[in-house]
Design a protein around this ligand. Structure first.
Ligand code: ADP
Length: 262
């Protein structure tokens, strides 16, 4: 029986197969490294609040419970750490759903300014505590329709605007701007005049658990997952996100969205 393929063709097939296997192996290795780093970060993030709660409870049991001034403060601090743990678990839930590709984008037509104002309302109490003013940039008020998953974009806006408060300054400003890039795409920007970030952090802020030292040391209470979630959502829409920032001047996060019907 004559072989259906020449030697050259067979060897070409073998080489193709080998290249594909190598690619698979590389990707497995990369995933493995990713997974290890993720677990290490995660256990660190979980330990911090758990050990703190443990410390407060032990100290209370060792006698601090009898001091009415101290016991209240310790219980308050323990609660703060439990709250942090809950936030972390919520974010983890969210990100694991996104990462196993369970995210489905259900696009609908809506006016982006309406959603922005909704989120401003949701976060207004928190903003008031620092007297931060929210606004839509002048000239960007005319209703703009987008075609996107409204609830997911709400999450994006909540995370970005919440950060603008967390890393914003007392009496600061958070501004939303909307620009048409072309017929099909628009750009939404959330800007603040807060603490900003040094250039070196910018390429990494969308990584899971990445935080600048300042945020860590001031213990602002974030989980380091908010921007990773934001990036996932925007990319699931086939869109992109970027950041500009200057230390002590402020930050601007901009993401694109497909335009809607009007
Ligand atoms: P976190 O839960 O720590 O806020 P995020 O993923 O939302 O996590 O953000 C990652 C890091 O990026 C933050 O810890 C902070 O260092 C930095 N960052 C995010 N948003 C801003 C902002 N508006 N201004 C300054 N730094 C920011």
């Amino acid at each position: 029986i004559l072989p259906s393929k020449t030697i050259e063709q067979v060897s070409e097939d073998v080489e193709k197969w080998a290249a594909q296997k190598k690619e698979e192996l590389d990707s497995l290795r990369k995933n493995e490294a990713f997974r290890k780093e993720f677990l290490m970060n995660l256990s660190h993030e979980l330990k911090t609040p758990i050990f703190a709660v443990q410390g407060y409870i032990h100290t209370l049991l060792d006698g601090a419970i009898d001091d009415p001034n101290v016991n209240k403060m310790f219980l308050k601090n323990a609660t703060k750490n439990i709250d942090r743990l809950c936030r972390l678990l919520d974010d983890l839930d969210e990100i694991s759903k996104l990462e196993v590709g369970e995210m489905t984008v259900t696009a609908e037509d809506f006016v982006i300014q309406d959603l922005i104002k909704d989120v401003f309302d949701t976060l207004s109490l928190k903003a008031n505590q620092k007297n931060i003013k929210f606004s839509v940039k002048k000239g960007c008020e005319a209703p703009v329709h987008v075609m996107a998953d409204k609830e997911k974009i709400r999450q994006v806006l909540i995370n970005l605007i919440d950060n603008s408060i967390k890393y914003g300054k007392q009496d600061g400003h958070t501004t939303a701007s909307i620009y048409n890039l072309d017929d099909k795409t628009l750009l939404v920007e959330i800007s603040d005049d807060g603490q900003g970030m040094a250039e070196e952090h910018l390429p990494r802020v969308f990584e899971r658990f990445y935080r600048t030292d300042r945020a860590r040391s001031r213990d602002i209470g974030g989980t380091g997952l908010g921007l990773a979630i934001v990036k996932h959502i925007i990319e699931a829409h086939g869109q992109s996100i970027n950041v500009r920032s200057k230390l002590e001047i402020g930050s601007t996060f901009g993401f694109t969205l497909p335009t809607g019907k009007e």
